[in-house]
Design a protein around this ligand. Structure first.
Ligand SMILES: Cc1cc2nc3c(=O)[nH]c(=O)nc-3n(C[C@H](O)[C@H](O)[C@H](O)COP(=O)(O)OP(=O)(O)OC[C@H]3O[C@@H](n4cnc5c(N)ncnc54)[C@H](O)[C@@H]3O)c2cc1C
Length: 430
């Protein structure tokens, strides 16, 4: 039984199928609250109208069918380790071997007021909400006569200058400069503020020094304000308060400042580390429960090569899942399990139109060549030919029209709010 059909869950299923052959005599079931796998690396492009939400979501049943597995759409509510049952909103499901791959959730570090105020970028719905919020802000700024309100509507505070925050900030900058300022001629570029707020003392702190240097340079070129070493600690009215006591100018707040383990994983009666991630053995099993494996963002294991925790990212999740599939196959054959080893593959970061930075071995590349590699890499990583062709078409159309003819920049906030379709759509700043 696999909980979570994200990067790790699907990679586990594929690798187990390879390890056991096409007709395994096992009953493999995948449970997820959604029947699609979300390709998160391109979520910021949904949020900025560059790609269609459909093109970054892959129907999981298509893959389970090919792998001889079953899919169940249910919300996992807990795991009873003693009774070997998963508790779901559709009732309990027993298991012999369990792989917990439920990923992570946004971490507001206990600040409930900030959580209520900010938009997040974690689910497909979040991506669509951010996109609509951006457009809605420009629509309202275009007609408001209150200068203070107009300033707030044209201010975007992105909390967390990690890879997600930086990619989002540079994409918002592109969207505004290439599309919105043309569509809203009454708004000037000088009125728009994009601000990145980072708790640590550099941008993309999870990446290498070279990537950080290129990123800081690019942000400065684009006049994206970078506030370092001053974490957000709360909210006063509609203004974010930082540790140094500063109150930031009000605006749309998008929170990309960290993740913690999924609540189901956090609820397991085992040892937890940073962000509530489950501390696992070197074979990614729960101590005392060899029948339970924990992989991806919700697992914590130290990389012996660096002495640091394996990072919560997609390549690490996939590697953990593949290692676990091979170990599950060994376990079925009665062979000893092999410890997990993480292999660092390199770093890639998009910095807006025609700009990216690539760090591979000793090579550090930025600008257009890195941007081409970035696009080619993520295109091949997408699941399914239909999604690849869809994203390629979205990119080609946006590139050739310099984004100007993007058809994805429509929002109907009043209608959506009225019908309760998307309650977060319109009301965040009002
Ligand atoms: C906006 C964004 C951009 C990112 N960009 C990159 C990037 O460029 N490169 C990179 O390497 N990493 C990136 N990441 C991180 C990457 O997405 C994660 O590290 C990766 O998804 C972890 O894989 P996972 O399988 O552990 O979790 P996920 O892929 O998140 O899968 C977890 C699955 O569990 C399901 N689930 C959760 N809770 C429940 C429940 N209670 N019941 C049922 N199902 C449940 C979810 O629906 C989901 O399908 C990004 C993350 C975000 C949010």
């Amino acid at each position: 039984m696999v909980l979570g059909a994200g990067f790790a869950g699907v990679a586990f299923m594929d690798a187990l199928w390879e390890a056991l052959g096409p007709q395994p005599r096992i009953d493999l079931r995948l449970i997820d609250r959604n029947n699609f796998k979300l390709f998160t690396p391109l979520l910021y492009q949904v949020a900025t109208g560059l790609v269609s939400p459909d093109n970054i979501s892959y129907p999981v049943r298509r893959r389970t069918r090919r792998r001889g597995a079953r899919f169940q759409e249910s919300l996992v509510q807990g795991i009873d380790l003693e009774a070997r049952r998963v508790l779901t909103d559709d009732g309990p499901v027993p298991y012999d071997t369990l792989v917990v791959a439920l990923g992570s959730v946004t971490n507001f570090f206990g600040m409930q007021d900030v959580a209520r105020h900010a938009l997040t970028l974690k689910t497909l719905g979040d991506g669509i909400t951010v996109r609509n919020r951006l457009i809605d802000a420009f629509e309202e700024a275009d007609v408001t006569t209150d200068p203070e309100r107009r300033r707030a509507l044209l201010t975007f505070n992105i909390v967390g200058a990690g890879a997600t925050g930086v990619e989002l900030a540079t994409a918002i900058d592109n969207l505004i400069n290439l599309v919105l300022l043309r569509d809203y001629p009454g708004i000037n570029a000088e009125e728009v503020r994009i601000r990145l707020i980072e708790a640590l003392d550099r941008a993309v702190p999870e990446m290498s020094e070279g990537v950080c240097r290129f990123t800081a340079k690019r942000l400065a070129e684009r006049h994206i304000e970078l506030r370092l070493g001053d974490p957000v600690v709360g909210l006063e009215g509609d203004r974010l308060r930082t540790r140094s006591g500063n109150l930031l100018p009000p605006g749309t707040t998008i929170w990309t400042a960290g993740v913690r383990a999924n609540p189901v994983a956090r609820g397991l009666p085992v040892e937890h580390g940073q962000g509530g991630r489950v501390v696992v053995t070197d074979t990614l099993q729960l101590p005392g429960h060899p029948e339970v494996f924990c992989v991806g963002d919700n697992a914590l294991i130290t990389d012996p090569a660096t002495g640091r925790p394996v990072p919560p990212n997609a390549p690490a999740a996939i590697q953990m899942a593949q290692a676990t599939a091979r170990n599950v196959a060994r376990r079925l054959r009665g062979e000893p399990l092999q410890p997990f080893r993480y292999h660092f593959k390199g770093e890639l970061l998009s910095l807006g139109r025609n700009h990216a930075v690539l760090h591979l071995g000793g090579l550090l590349l930025d600008g257009f060549p890195a941007w081409v590699v970035w696009r080619a890499f993520y295109l091949t990583e997408l699941m399914g030919m239909e999604n690849r062709v869809g994203v390629m078409a979205d990119w080609a159309f946006a590139y050739l029209s310099r984004l100007r003819e993007s058809g994805r920049l429509i929002c109907e906030p009043a209608l959506a709010e009225e019908e309760g379709v998307m309650p977060t759509l319109a009301g965040r700043m009002r």
